[in-house]
Design a protein. Structure first.
Length: 284
């Protein structure tokens, strides 16, 4: 048998040779010295036999009793689109998110949590159900909490708009004691730290993913921001009091010039083009 660490083989014959050599060089060993040598041999063999077990226990048990605490696994992704670009991404848990143009989204998955932050633009979430890990989305001054549902979030300068297509969503202004629960077929918006009471809409109608927009209750400057995401011609943000004008109706988004011109005919403004950009002007 070989001693751990690459030592020589310790056998009964080797031990006998060692005793004979010792007797020649040093005289005959006493009985007690012989017994001591035999005890050392047995101890060496036992140590070699048990060494692998001891190492295995240290390896398996070390993380629990001696090593550092387990570090939670954190996965972070940044998703982004340019104006005029759209994309759909499948997340690690099977959920999907569709991004409108000029949109930025941060996704963070960790042990026991799924979080996202809509930094700009608009995104449609189809969230895989997971009771143990609620899906939380921060957008502007709002926070949305879901388990498994489909919903749309639209972040503009003045509000965060939510539309729920499946399931139910807790929609909370950040820092407020509570918000509202929005169910499928209803929508709400957070403005100035207050969540509006949910109102009905028809989720079967085409939305921005098919080139349409429902402007019901939307400010004109928010509509301009949404149209600006489509790419192509730039649109200057209108000034007050035109900016806060409330617009109603369903429109296609692929012809912003014609759309704004049609709205302007009813609200008393004209659309002019300057240096490759559109501007909305009133006849003061």
């Amino acid at each position: 048998m070989t001693v751990a660490g690459g030592g020589t083989t310790v056998t009964e014959a080797a031990l006998a040779d060692a005793l004979q050599t010792a007797a020649v060089r040093c005289g005959r060993l006493s009985d007690e010295q012989v017994r001591s040598l035999r005890r050392r041999r047995r101890s060496a063999i036992a140590a070699v036999a048990t060494a692998p077990v001891a190492i295995a226990l240290l390896f398996v048990g070390g993380g629990r009793f001696v090593g550092n605490p387990a570090v939670p696994t954190v996965s972070t992704r940044i998703l982004a689109t340019r104006a005029g670009e759209r994309t759909t991404v499948t997340l690690a848990d099977g959920s999907t998110v569709a991004l409108n143009g000029a949109t930025r989204l941060r996704i963070v998955y960790a042990d026991g949590q799924r979080r996202a932050e809509l930094l700009a633009g608009q995104a449609f979430f189809d969230v895989r159900h997971d009771v143990a890990r609620p899906f939380v989305v921060r957008a502007g001054a709002s926070e949305t909490r879901v388990l498994g549902t489909a919903f749309d979030l639209d972040l503009t300068r003045t509000q965060v708009a939510l539309a729920v297509y499946r399931g139910a969503v807790g929609f909370d202004p950040v820092g407020a004691p509570r918000g509202v629960v929005v169910r499928a077929g209803y929508r709400s918006a957070v403005r100035s730290g207050v969540a509006a009471a949910p109102t009905k809409f028809d989720p079967a109608l085409p939305d921005w993913r098919k080139g349409w927009i429902d402007t019901t209750g939307m400010r004109l400057d928010d509509l301009v921001e949404v149209l600006d995401r489509q790419g192509g011609v730039r649109i200057a943000r209108p000034r007050e009091p035109l900016a806060s004008t409330t617009v109603f109706g369903r429109f296609r988004t692929d012809r912003p010039h014609q759309l704004l011109k049609a709205i302007g005919s009813g609200f008393g403004f004209t659309v002019v083009e300057r240096q490759g950009a559109l501007a909305l002007e009133t006849a003061d």
